[in-house]
Design a protein around this ligand. Structure first.
Ligand SMILES: Cc1cc2nc3c(=O)[nH]c(=O)nc-3n(C[C@H](O)[C@H](O)[C@H](O)COP(=O)(O)OP(=O)(O)OC[C@H]3O[C@@H](n4cnc5c(N)ncnc54)[C@H](O)[C@@H]3O)c2cc1C
Length: 497
């Protein structure tokens, strides 16, 4: 029986892992400890999330109001992409389903047919989340009102450092042991190569049955001691740096969405929290130097900076395996995709949920590792393709960075998906894909890509019936979003009670 679990690292990944283990394994009598360096800082940037994050906190039994207060969160209904198609273009990838369930085929097929007859139609009028975001409105979905309303997905913008602190309290009060020390050595069993123990800078030795590597980009256990190679995706995702700076909150930037503005060699984010705004410029160092990037960021922020900008370096990609011998890497130690679709924290929770379910013993370890690795890489590759989509579909005509993105050879999986959509209007979606057909369509349409043909089946609905149906969905969405309170008022009222 393996029942001694050691988590190396205390960033967002380490504490999310510890919290879920506290809820699951500790209750079953496992011993879990987390080792965190008192000197090595965390990345601490992950501020934007996707709707699965709401479910993760619910699963932990965390009270939403308490969480929102303590991590200074705002609500997030999607991402506003500006200048991605070409300068002046503007679309929202919203978190709700597109339209309703559709009378036969998924709704997007009806929208695509409608669009052929009404080329000026705006897809955002059929996404409840986008419609609310445009109006700066928010309220919790209420299934009692309508199925359209219950389909409103939402996530949070959070202060990542406060979130790690929150989970630290959660985990340590539920039997996770917290050790503050630097790991200086990783001892492997000479015959099996399995990790036996970690040596700390005060000479303590921490032995364990199973180790979770949350040491960030260093990947001390999986990449370092177990030598699992890193697969780079930089040929598709060229950005490798970020400059980040917090700024003052204003009434104008307290919006329920993340802003992602394409810039000369990358893009800039803006994330509103209750006490400040997070900003960052993600860029490729091959096309823009660090000084240029910093000046560009400071010239584009819309309120007073609250600190000096700081720089982070990264490479897009993943480890060839996430689970090797008796070690699983979670968080940045397992791989990284730039924050364009805010997916890193999702990948953390997905990995630890999978691990909790597949938790091994000495006999089951290898076969479970194989399964875990297959599922995790499939999920990560789908997200990779979705992120690449934003870059490869750009129609910006002047900058070398964007032109190189237009001309790059795509992964086969994405090439096929695009070909299928362009020729048949079919968006293939399977359970590994975090992003729904509606998400894919909002980026495709937002960046000007419409299919050549529609599905045969869609033409069975008479035109007048289609007109009536589309108008009714649009009116319901306009009415629902119109009735909602302003995002800021909603949060203020919610936190006062
Ligand atoms: C520019 C940027 C923007 C991002 N934005 C988002 C976003 O909007 N949304 C999102 O979901 N994600 C985002 N991310 C990703 C997100 O920040 C990470 O997924 C998240 O912070 C998890 O990091 P981590 O815990 O894996 O690593 P880290 O935060 O680096 O933590 C590593 C931990 O390991 C410890 N450690 C390291 N070496 C040792 C040692 N020798 N001994 C003991 N301890 C050690 C450190 O002290 C630290 O506690 C962003 C990332 C970057 C780079």
């Amino acid at each position: 029986m393996w029942n001694k679990v050691v988590i190396a690292g205390g960033g967002t990944a380490g504490w999310m892992t510890a919290a879920l283990m506290a809820k699951t394994l500790c209750r079953a009598g496992f011993e879990v400890c987390l080792i965190e360096s008192p000197t090595i800082t965390t990345v601490g940037v992950g501020e934007a999330t996707i709707p699965s994050f709401v479910h993760f906190n619910r699963l932990l039994g965390i009270d939403e109001k308490d969480l929102l207060k303590k991590v200074k969160a705002t609500f997030k209904l999607g991402i506003n992409f500006i200048n991605w198609d070409k300068p002046g273009s503007d679309y929202i990838h919203g978190f709700s389903a597109l339209g309703d369930q559709g009378p036969g085929l998924p709704f997007y097929h009806y929208w695509l047919r409608w669009q052929k007859r009404h080329p000026d139609t705006n897809i955002e009028d059929y996404f409840l989340a986008s419609s609310c975001a445009r109006k700066n409105k928010f309220m919790h979905p209420d299934p009692a009102v309508s199925s359209l309303f219950s389909g409103l997905g939402y996530a949070y913008h959070i202060d990542a450092s406060l979130y790690a602190e929150y989970l630290k309290d959660y985990a340590t009060s539920r039997n996770v042991k917290h050790i503050k020390a630097d790991i200086t050595d990783i001892r492997l069993n000479p015959s099996t190569g399995y990790i036996e123990s970690l040596r700390l800078d005060d000479a303590t030795v921490i032995a364990g049955d199973f180790f979770i590597d949350c040491t960030g980009f260093k990947s001390l256990l999986l990449g370092g001691a177990l030598k699992v190679p890193f697969i780079s995706w930089q040929k598709w995702l060229k950005c490798d740096r970020a400059q980040v700076v917090p700024t003052a909150l204003t009434n104008e930037n307290f919006v329920p969405y993340t802003k992602a503005v394409a810039q000369i060699a990358g893009w800039q984010w803006r994330i509103p929290l209750q006490h400040r705004v997070g900003n960052g410029l993600v860029y490729s160092s091959a096309y823009m130097d660090d000084n240029q990037a910093q000046s560009l960021l400071l010239s584009q922020i819309d309120s007073e900076p609250l600190a000096q900008p700081r720089m982070l370096s990264f490479t897009a990609g993943m480890r060839a395996r996430f689970w090797e011998k008796n070690c699983v890497a979670v968080g940045l130690s397992s791989g990284f995709l730039e924050p364009l679709e805010s997916t890193s924290i999702h990948m953390i929770q997905s990995a630890i949920s999978r691990l909790s379910m597949l938790f091994p013993n000495a006999e089951t370890n290898s076969v479970l590792a194989k399964q875990f690795n297959q599922e995790t890489s499939a999920e990560m590759e789908k997200i990779r393709d979705f992120v690449i989509l934003h870059y490869c579909l750009n129609n910006r005509s002047k900058e070398p960075f964007w032109q190189d993105c237009q001309n790059m050879a795509l992964p086969d999986s994405l090439k096929h998906k695009l070909e299928l959509y362009r020729n048949t209007a079919y968006i293939h979606h399977d359970h590994n894909d975090v992003f729904t057909e509606g998400s894919w369509l909002s980026v495709l349409v937002g960046q000007g890509v419409l299919p050549r043909h529609s599905m045969q089946m869609i033409n069975t609905m008479p035109d007048e019936q289609l007109d009536h149906y589309m108008k009714s969905v649009r009116h319901q969405i306009a009415a629902l979003s119109g009735q909602m309170p302003l995002h800021r008022d909603y949060i203020q009222r919610m936190l006062m009670v």
